[in-house]
Ligand binder design. Structure first.
Ligand SMILES: NC(=O)c1ccc[n+]([C@@H]2O[C@H](COP(=O)([O-])OP(=O)(O)OC[C@H]3O[C@@H](n4cnc5c(N)ncnc54)[C@H](OP(=O)(O)O)[C@@H]3O)[C@@H](O)[C@H]2O)c1
Length: 312
């Protein structure tokens, strides 16, 4: 089968399309005929060696953790899925080597769930990592509810777009950060936009004079520090960071999204009831993965980039 592969750490130039062996199907896994995968910053961060300290990496590596596709075969102990099921998955295992940028993927059942029926394959591929990260941050870590005012950093990105919509669906008011060109997009998601960067606190305070009640941080630098100062006195510690585990020293939570069929099922129910997925700004063919990495590395993609693998 065809897959995108890299044999050493580096930038987009290390990616190539190759013929690779078919994945082996474990007893508790399903084989997925891949229709689409979405591109996440972690894909190129891993390829550049940034996660070398956190995961064992076995070269050659097929990048990618998100997948949407059709079950082609099931392992002998699998009961909840059958051949022909349309599924999505966040196929992260404990080491890195066999990812999802491929025609077929073997996915442990704990990493997959049914695809929302109202989404295209490209839209479905946007859900697993970005949706789970937003959902697990807002629901499990921050326990956001009606009456909250949530500050969502990087609100126009993949995770941010989901986070704004999920927080709004939970009944919260959302202040989201983005550059000016994305402010109308943030309004369309349901957020009140502010520009990120120096002076952020001064721009947020007029919108929330008493302070915000929860913060979702994605970049972990100066903006995490200024966000902490924006938390209302009785909301200290209601902060999640996706990139800086120093947040633990402030009573907050470091989130690294975890595969969960249960949480994907909950997202599916929300999406089938009307929760919209992020805008897809670019769809490329699998063979154009290097171009997708280049775009994602700019750090200014609105919504998501998706790679089309097969039309079925
Ligand atoms: N821990 C986890 O489990 C986990 C999971 C997913 C993602 N992440 C991390 O979370 C971050 C966001 O992920 P993503 O998938 O949403 O990325 P993304 O889709 O690439 O995010 C791009 C967005 O970030 C905005 N942005 C760039 N610099 C910013 C800044 N300094 N402040 C606020 N917004 C800024 C851009 O807005 P403008 O174009 O308007 O500048 C753009 O819309 C990444 O660092 C990623 O590695 C962590």
């Amino acid at each position: 089968m065809k897959a995108i592969v890299y044999r050493r750490y580096g930038g987009p130039e290390v990616l190539g399309m190759e013929d690779v062996p078919e994945p082996k199907l474990g007893p508790e896994s399903v084989l997925i005929d891949v229709r689409a995968v979405s591109v996440n910053p972690v894909d190129w961060q891993t390829a550049s060696g940034d996660l070398d300290g956190r995961f064992d990496v076995h070269f050659p590596v097929i990048p990618g953790w998100d997948v949407a596709g059709v079950v082609a075969e099931v392992g002998p102990t699998v009961t909840g899925f059958a051949v022909g099921d349309e599924v999505i998955g966040y196929v992260r295992e404990d080491s890195i080597g066999r990812g999802t940028y491929a025609e077929r993927v073997a996915a442990p059942v704990r990493t997959i769930a049914r695809k929302p029926v109202n989404l295209s394959w490209e839209q479905a591929a946007t859900v697993p990592i970005a949706g789970l990260t937003a959902y697990q941050s807002l629901v499990h870590a921050l326990r956001v509810e009606a009456g909250d005012t949530v500050l969502v950093q990087a609100a126009a990105g993949g995770v941010g777009s989901f986070a704004v919509r999920i927080a709004v669906a939970l009944g919260a008011r959302v202040i989201g950060t983005a550059s000016a060109r994305n402010h109308d997009y943030l309004r369309s998601l349901g957020a009140e936009p502010v520009t990120y960067g120096p002076g952020l606190a001064e721009r947020v305070r007029p919108l929330a004079p008493a302070g915000v009640t929860a913060v979702m941080d994605m970049y972990g630098g100066e903006e995490l520090v200024s966000s902490l100062g924006l938390l209302r006195e009785d909301a200290r510690g209601r902060v999640v960071s996706l990139t800086n585990d120093g947040v633990l020293e402030h009573g907050g939570t470091f989130v690294f999204a975890r595969p969960s069929t249960e949480d994907l099922d909950e997202l599916r129910r929300m999406i089938e009831s009307g929760l919209a997925v992020p805008e897809i700004t670019t769809v490329l063919d699998l063979s154009e993965a290097a171009e997708a990495f280049r775009l994602s590395r700019t750090g200014h993609v609105r919504g998501k980039i998706v790679l089309r693998v097969s039309a079925g």
